[in-house]
Ligand binder design. Structure first.
Ligand code: ZN
Ligand code: ZN
Length: 377
């Protein structure tokens, strides 16, 4: 049960002036032009309904005594689309709020208007890691609304055509006079007979049941460009739902989900991989074969490399979307693996090395020195 006083946040004894002020204040925060929460439109309508009722002495008295149902029984239309439709509210607001920063332009957001443009649609697809790096052609399948081919969007069965709406005589609007405590307002609202189109269909098209649009599955091939990242969007202009009355169609947004790679890690346009080397390779340096996005390639490990150091291959990362000839880097992070399963020969070589290094006689590094060293590094 909706409480109109609660909606306006006024007491049951509120004066007309208080009600007007409360409405004005709330309307400014709830107006869908400024409030983007999804239920703002609904709340705004409710607010209008509450104001419409409480600002009219007769309606308020009926409401106070019998509630919302009482209004209906008394012949006050509370539920109809135009009882507190956006068209009415536009008028009330325009008169109340001129010079309050709204500019009086409430024409969009369906305020008594007739939104005929087609909806935007979204399609999610998944691609492989390497496909995102180098780009790929991909066939996609989706459903959207197309202009009905049988009636070419008119909604009228073959051989017939929509006729001028008898209620609004083709204008799509009807004029109503509303009495409010602020005076009488002649206001224009959308024609309920033809929903603002100015035309009615007496013999609806069988294929689209008069809607003018039909649901169709479509397959197209798209080019996913090199360098796309996870959650990149590709816009296919005009591939959303068809508009009504030859209004523009919506767009289709293809959202790309990129699978992760077991081997490569990507950060923006750079690629990271790991490489394990032996102590001998670390000490002496080496040429090693590594896997890159472009295949196997040789990289030079310089003598004396430490665990955690990296080797960079420039221009071997992910291409830049804006400039595909330009690529990020491939960073190879090196770690030295201490061998655990050694042959007798290897063990002897390590023993020899150990002796040359002074065996166990060399002074041991204390934990304290180690910590100091780490801070000095
Ligand atoms: Zn049709
Ligand atoms: Zn009409």
């Amino acid at each position: 049960m909706t409480d109109y006083y609660e909606i306006l946040e006024v007491s049951k004894e509120a004066t007309k002036e208080e009600i007007k002020n409360a409405f004005r204040k709330k309307a400014r925060t709830l107006h869908p032009d400024v409030n983007k929460s999804p239920d703002a439109g609904e709340k705004f309508k409710e607010l209008g309904k509450a104001y419409e009722t409480l600002s009219d002495d007769n309606k308020r008295a009926t409401y106070d005594r019998y509630g919302e149902d009482g209004l209906k029984d008394a012949g006050f239309d509370t539920g109809g689309p135009f009882a507190a439709g956006f068209g009415d509210l536009n008028e009330i607001l325009s008169s109340l709020m001129s010079g309050m920063g709204f500019g009086g332009n409430f024409a969009h957001f369906g305020f008594g208007g007739h939104d005929t443009a087609g909806d935007d649609l979204r399609l999610d697809i998944e691609i492989e890691f390497e496909q995102a790096v180098f780009g790929v052609n991909r066939e996609i399948k989706f459903e959207h609304l197309e202009t009905c081919p049988s009636c070419h969007g008119t909604g009228a069965e073959k051989g017939s055509r929509p006729v001028t709406c008898p209620k609004c005589h083709g204008s799509g609007q009807v004029k109503q006079v509303m009495r409010t405590p602020l005076g009488s307002f002649a206001h224009i609202t959308m024609c309920p007979e033809c929903a603002g189109s100015g035309q009615v269909i007496n013999n609806p098209c069988k294929d689209c049941r008069g809607c003018g649009r039909v649901r169709k599955e479509k397959t197209v091939e798209i080019r996913i460009p090199a360098g796309v990242d996870n959650m990149s969007k590709i816009r296919l202009s005009g591939e959303g739902d068809a508009g009504l009355d030859s209004a523009r169609a919506g767009d289709l947004f293809v959202v790309i989900h990129v699978k992760q790679s077991d081997y490569f890690k990507r950060d923006g346009n750079n690629i990271f991989t790991g490489l394990e080397i032996t102590p001998a390779q670390a000490v002496l340096g080496d040429e090693v074969s590594v896997r890159t996005l472009d295949g196997e390639t040789k990289v030079h490990i310089h003598a004396g490399i430490q665990s955690g150091n990296s080797v960079k291959i420039r221009n071997a990362g992910v291409p830049f979307l804006s400039k595909p000839s330009h690529r990020g880097d491939h960073v190879i992070i090196v770690s030295v693996r201490i061998p655990t399963h050694l042959s007798e020969e290897e063990k002897n070589l390590y023993r020899k090395l150990h002796e040359i290094n002074g065996g166990g006689k060399k002074p041991q590094t204390t934990l304290k020195d180690k910590i100091k060293g780490a801070f000095n590094a």
